[in-house]
Design a protein around this ligand. Structure first.
Ligand code: SF4
Length: 635
């Protein structure tokens, strides 16, 4: 957060009023008991229940004690009790709210169900009930109020933690084999602290009112101790003859409550304003010799990734359905393969399943799933996590969500080396700086000390690529890595992926909806539609030799220098079908200009048309017998 912006908020009318009120409140809590205790205790039989006067601005109570002095003295106890309520309530809430993240799925669900039940129960009623169990007195009041407050914080924690748990950097951490506890403490809790702090601040005012209410009802602070609620209980019976005795603690309670509500509002504004490598490139490595990854077995075709008949099934409203069906993927070392298709074609789900990142309730299944020649399905979870963590790098669409906003960039890169290579803190940081330099980030030593929000969008994406390079990956899965970037930065990032592939021999699986992006660096293209691969071809054949009408339509929608800008760009009429309601036959038939009756009845299988070329179409645009060379458009 920019210091100038913080000052800007603090100097605003809201900031000035809040700070003034907080200073007065804290000063009163500190100085009140020090300077006014004697006066507050002084009994005057000559001035019982007297009205306001110059000597007693709010009159006296039933024992002739000065109400104003007692109100000032009671500030400390009232505030301390409210702070204790919120402190205990928030701590318990965070503890319970994060349990579902740490525990398994079933235990987590039980906790969430219990939470929902408790939140539905009125908090004050629950506190009153608990106060009777704990017994009268300040301790019982604090505990009962804190327990009454905890469920709402637990649910807030659970909701925000769940959203963070789906973030790309948490997925990446899971893939790297980082433990649940470490994910919780390093990635989840730091990123949910802001809403918790803001809510906790606002809740202090509510806790103040509630604890005063309990004291007023006789459950809270007991004589001779007194807080504002206790004073209110003493002063209220004489409200018509001596209003000052009830008025003073009421005004104090309202002002203190207002102060914390304003403080919460100010915090919201301040925090809200803050959001709005050669991989294994040996020549840039510094520090100790990096531990080489275990030499993997090789499959006959030397594929880095080999997936066959991959199907992903997800729950639906009526029955489960499969947005990815029978997908085959093979990638060789140093090869860049593009996977293209419109939104909903299943390409990202395919990528996540290939990275073994499909999580319940989604289920992925494949007949073959090998990474660097090792069967991921047959491996022990621990070995699989290690292999994935050291061999696979993920680059996501949103560079901001790829990096943990609460950790310095260098630190989060370094954690990869610490987790997988057992590198010391210093060695890991040196390697992080190397990787930042390798992805062309200038002044990498300085940049490593900065937070992601201090990076531009392009730098963040390069930093997330650098993070993937910390563990010398054999395969980089880049899911829409340039979608959030402007054209110039897009070119830089694509160039970087290409360089990494060339220099380090890493294979790249590039997922994109943009055919132009894929054709820029990929050598082979896999086209997906409605969850299936409908065509696979070399990138050079895209322009003139696409066999599938869908591929051809995607290519036609890319503008180039010769595109007539006076007419609208070609687009594909209609929308892709939802995976849960696919038409019989070819899924593209409702949008296809070549569709025949057969197309609407029988689904075409993916068949080889020529070497390195296959398509799933009854009426391909390329005559199969001609092969790729000298292809002509079939009539
Ligand atoms: S099978 Fe028929 S409907 Fe499907 S893409 Fe080919 S020609 Fe079009």
């Amino acid at each position: 957060m920019n210091r100038g912006r913080i000052l800007h908020h603090l100097r605003s009318p809201l900031g000035i009023v809040t700070i003034l009120l907080l200073v007065v409140l804290v000063a009163t809590a500190i100085a009140g008991p020090l300077f006014f205790s004697d006066r507050a205790r002084e009994i005057s039989v000559d001035a019982l229940q007297s009205g306001a006067s110059s000597e007693h601005p709010f009159g006296t109570d039933a024992l002739g004690r000065d109400v104003f002095a007692r109100t000032l003295v009671a500030t400390r106890l009232s505030l301390v009790l409210a702070l204790l309520v919120v402190g205990i309530g928030v701590a318990a809430g965070v503890l319970v709210g994060t349990v579902p993240v740490v525990l398994g799925r079933r235990a987590g669900r039980a906790v969430v169900a219990g939470l929902n039940l408790m939140v539905a129960f009125p908090g004050l009623l629950l506190a009153l009930f608990l106060a009777m169990i704990f017994g009268v007195g300040a301790r019982g009041a604090v505990l009962s109020m804190a327990i009454g407050l905890a469920p709402s914080f637990a649910r807030l924690t659970h909701t925000t933690a769940s959203s963070i748990a789906g973030a790309d950097y948490v997925s990446a951490a899971r893939m790297l084999g980082v433990s649940r506890w470490r994910i919780l403490t390093r990635h989840v809790i730091p990123n949910i602290s802001e809403p918790l702090v803001v809510n906790a601040t606002s809740q202090i005012g509510t806790a103040l009112l509630s604890i005063s209410a309990l004291s007023y009802l006789g459950f809270g602070v007991q004589p001779p101790a007194y807080d504002w609620g206790r004073m209110l209980a003493d002063g209220l019976p004489a409200i018509y003859t001596n209003p000052g005795a009830a008025l003073a603690p009421s005004i104090a309670t309202v002002l203190a409550g207002l102060t914390f509500v304003l403080a919460g509002e100010l915090l919201t504004q301040i925090l809200g304003d803050g959001h709005h490598g050669h991989l294994a490139l040996p020549r840039v490595t510094s520090g100790r010799e990096e531990r080489p990854a275990a030499e993997p077995e090789r499959t006959a075709d030397e594929s880095v990734l080999r997936v066959e008949r991959l199907t992903v099934t997800v729950p639906g409203e009526g029955a489960p359905f499969s947005p990815v069906v029978d997908v085959d993927l093979h990638i060789r070392p140093g090869e860049i393969v593009g996977v293209v298709g419109e939104s909903g074609s299943g390409k990202s789900l395919t990528a996540m399943a290939a990275a073994h990142l499909t999580s319940f309730p989604n289920l992925a299944d494949a007949e073959v799933h090998e990474l660097r020649g090792q069967d991921l399905r047959a491996m022990r979870p621990r070995d699989r996590e290690r292999l994935l963590g050291t061999s696979l790098a993920l680059v996501f669409q949103d560079p901001m969500s790829s990096l943990n906003p609460s950790l310095r960039v260098g630190r989060q890169l370094a954690e990869v080396a610490e987790t997988h290579d057992g590198a010391s803190r210093r060695e890991a940081l040196e390697r992080a700086v190397d990787r930042l330099r390798a992805v062309l980030i200038t002044a990498p030593e300085d940049r490593a000390r900065q937070y992601p929000m201090e990076f531009s969008g392009g730098m963040r994406q390069r930093a997330s690529i650098a993070m993937g390079l910390m563990a010398q990956p054999a395969l980089i899965i880049a899911d829409e890595p340039t979608t959030a970037l402007d054209v110039t930065v897009q070119k830089e990032v694509l160039g970087l992926l290409q360089r990494i592939s060339r220099e380090a021999g890493a294979a790249v699986l590039l997922i994109s909806h943009d055919m132009a992006v894929v054709s820029e660096i990929a050598s082979r293209v896999v086209v997906m539609y409605a969850g299936r691969v409908v065509e696979e071809l070399p990138v050079g054949a895209l322009a003139a030799e696409a066999a599938h009408p869908y591929t051809s339509a995607l290519v036609a929608s890319i503008p180039d220098m010769s595109t007539d800008r006076s007419v609208p760009l070609a687009n594909i009429p209609g929308r892709p079908p939802h995976a849960s309601a696919l038409p019989p036959g070819c899924a593209f038939a409702p949008r296809c200009p070549r569709a025949s009756e057969r197309c609407t009845e029988e689904r075409p299988e993916l068949v080889e048309l020529a070497a390195h070329r296959s398509a799933a179409c009854w009426h391909p645009l390329v005559d199969a017998s001609m092969g790729s060379a000298g292809a002509e458009r079939a009539v």
